[in-house]
Design a protein around this ligand. Structure first.
Ligand SMILES: Cc1cc2nc3c(=O)[nH]c(=O)nc-3n(C[C@H](O)[C@H](O)[C@H](O)COP(=O)(O)OP(=O)(O)OC[C@H]3O[C@@H](n4cnc5c(N)ncnc54)[C@H](O)[C@@H]3O)c2cc1C
Length: 550
């Protein structure tokens, strides 16, 4: 937390130096003393302090200054720092102005020049005022502040990114907090959100995730030109492979387009992962895995999307969206799967503004005591409903079929939760809302009844699609895009056409030697954290075999 500021303003350099010296001697240890020689400059400076969320404890201001008098300055300054104490430095001729301003700007004191000796005429006054200030002030949050609105997708993405990286921040809703709105207006006149204020005074306006990642000190660039293994995706499969590769001394790079953790990272509580009888949150599991991988020297890039994989002789080249090319011997596709999005009018515009894909639990608190909907009936939807029921007034789960397909322990928990209602045989037909989701139209397909319901938010979990596009022209995939590997590639016990090696593909190797697949992106996987972790570990063992034979 930076020290609170004592501002002193005087246009006469010798007086300013002398006040500064006296203030520093007595208060320099606990306060930052800021001497400034003009009211206008001081006001500019105040804006910067406000953006950095620093506090001002006291203004000590000369009354007689050209351009802007002390009283005029204080009138403006207290709009920004209403809790700060105010003292005017006056000459005898200015005492009337000081007396008049006692009411006008609630002046705390006026000091007649000269104030020497300070031990008698300055410090006792300031000591008392600063004590009083300390008793009353609410010290501001001194970390990252994200100002935006609930209906801005970019604000949601930034919050999600910071949360997924376990970077603390304070959320300022500019529609609910006039001070936050003023703060935003102070740095931009355009409607660009979110605006992110950093403790060092830097402000980012609607940044892309890479810019944000750089600012918060995450790695976005590979350190080496060449790696033994490049892993694309940092969900459980990618992180497990990374931990084993790192622990055995391989040069390993993980590329992640968003934040580590993948789908598992968005799970509020994973209850069926071996060794955690009370469950573990996706956040916690990810944090542990990331620190384990980093401890073994693995590099993890955040906010970097792989856009293509190419083969050049014994090298595999991974191209990133920003044009960077990374060379390696073996690649692991651990890109997992992502939720299908709603294909209906209005849904895209309301994404991040009431419609969320996945648990989006950064947003759950915003729907305290409101009515929210969950779409989907599998494990992730059930988990989402249970989590949301901790905040929402009511959670309605829409499922197309007659019953939920989630695991029994989740269905049991839902059945005894009074806040959750299941609407089976129900289709979502329409979403409506001007800026945010307001209502949804649903249809009971058995009774053929259509109904419109008010909805503050809707969390969608309607099946996943594999994230294999970047290699779909290179390796063999199923019709739905799942990557074939190992035995699934064999036709009549023979490797697929174009396979160049004498041996058959390894268990998790794709139709291109040296490119492996693990986890939810692989054909035939079981869409579980444990399977992804297991496959990641096996994939590493097989990549090791591959590297040995090079
Ligand atoms: C809400 C929710 C709750 C769940 N709960 C459970 C549970 O309780 N128990 C259980 O066993 N399973 C659960 N699952 C399923 C489980 O999380 C997944 O099976 C598992 O995460 C799959 O791991 P993965 O590493 O294969 O892929 P993912 O977790 O999907 O991770 C893939 C990663 O790759 C990244 N990526 C994709 N494409 C690129 C690219 N081109 N460049 C860079 N990065 C890329 C993605 O951003 C993502 O981070 C849950 C899933 C969800 C969504």
């Amino acid at each position: 937390m930076p020290k609170p500021v004592i501002f002193t303003i005087d246009d006469d350099p010798s007086v300013l130096n002398s006040v500064e010296r006296d203030l520093r001697a007595q208060y320099g240890q606990d306060y930052r003393i800021l001497p400034i020689n003009a009211g206008r400059i001081a006001l500019e400076y105040l804006k910067k302090l406000e953006q950095r969320n620093e506090t001002v404890a006291l203004f000590l201001v000369d009354q007689r200054m050209p351009e802007m008098s002390g009283v005029e300055f204080l009138m403006e300054a207290i709009k920004v720092y209403p809790q700060a104490k105010r003292i005017l430095l006056t000459a005898y001729a200015d005492t009337q102005a000081a007396i008049d301003s006692i009411n006008e700007i609630r002046l705390d004191y006026y000091l007649m020049k000269p104030w020497h000796p300070p031990e008698e005429r300055l410090y006792p006054v300031l000591d008392e005022l600063l004590e009083d200030w300390k008793m009353r002030v609410h010290l501001p949050y001194d970390g990252i502040r994200v100002a935006g609105t609930l209906w801005s997708l970019a604000s949601h993405q930034v919050k999600d990114f910071l949360t997924r990286h376990q970077i603390p921040y304070q959320w300022l809703d500019i529609e609910k907090d006039p001070n936050a709105q003023k703060l935003v207006e102070g740095v931009t006149s355009e409607i660009k959100l979110p605006v992110i204020f950093f403790p060092d005074g830097k402000v980012l306006i609607e940044p892309d995730l890479k810019e944000l990642a750089n600012k918060v000190g995450l790695q976005t660039r590979a350190e080496l030109p060449f790696y033994d293994i490049v892993i694309i995706g940092s969900g459980p499969a990618g992180l497990a492979a990374a931990v084993y590769a790192g622990s055995e001394g391989y040069k390993c790079l993980v590329i992640e387009r968003a934040a580590p953790g993948g789908q598992a990272g968005s799970s509020p509580k994973i209850e069926n992962y071996l060794g955690f009888p009370a469950g573990i949150s996706g956040d916690d599991l990810t944090r542990r895995a990331v620190s384990q991988a980093k401890r073994f020297g693995v590099e993890i890039l955040s906010a970097q999307e792989a856009s293509q994989v190419e083969v050049k002789d014994a090298y595999r080249i991974v191209k990133l969206n920003d044009g960077t090319e990374i060379s390696c011997h073996a690649v692991l596709m651990a890109t997992g799967a992502s939720f299908h999005t709603l294909k209906m009018p209005g849904a895209d515009a309301l994404t991040g503004a009431g419609i969320y894909y996945g648990a989006a639990y950064t947003e759950a608190m915003n729907y305290k005591d409101k009515d929210v909907f969950v779409v989907g009936g599998a494990n992730s939807a059930a988990q989402g409903a249970l989590y949301l029921s901790r905040f929402a007034r009511k959670v309605t789960v829409l499922i197309r079929g007659p019953e939920m397909t989630a695991s029994k322990y989740l269905v049991d928990a839902i059945n005894v939760n009074a806040k959750i209602e299941i609407l089976s045989n129900t289709d979502l037909i329409e979403v409506q809302g001007a800026h945010t989701l307001e209502q949804i139209v649903i249809k009971n397909t058995k009774r053929n009844e259509v109904q419109t319901c008010a909805a503050a938010a809707m969390f969608v979990f309607i099946g996943v699609q594999p994230q294999s596009k970047i290699v779909s022209d290179l390796v063999m995939c199923s019709g739905k895009g799942y990557i074939f590997a190992g035995p699934d590639l064999m036709v009549d016990k023979k490797p697929p056409q174009g396979w160049t090696l004498e041996r058959d593909p390894f268990l998790l190797e794709t139709s291109v030697p040296g490119i492996f697949a693990a986890g939810d992106v692989r054909y035939g996987t079981s869409h579980r954290v444990a399977s992804a972790v297991g496959e990641g570990a096996i994939a590493f063992a097989l990549m090791k075999e591959y590297l040995k034979a090079l």
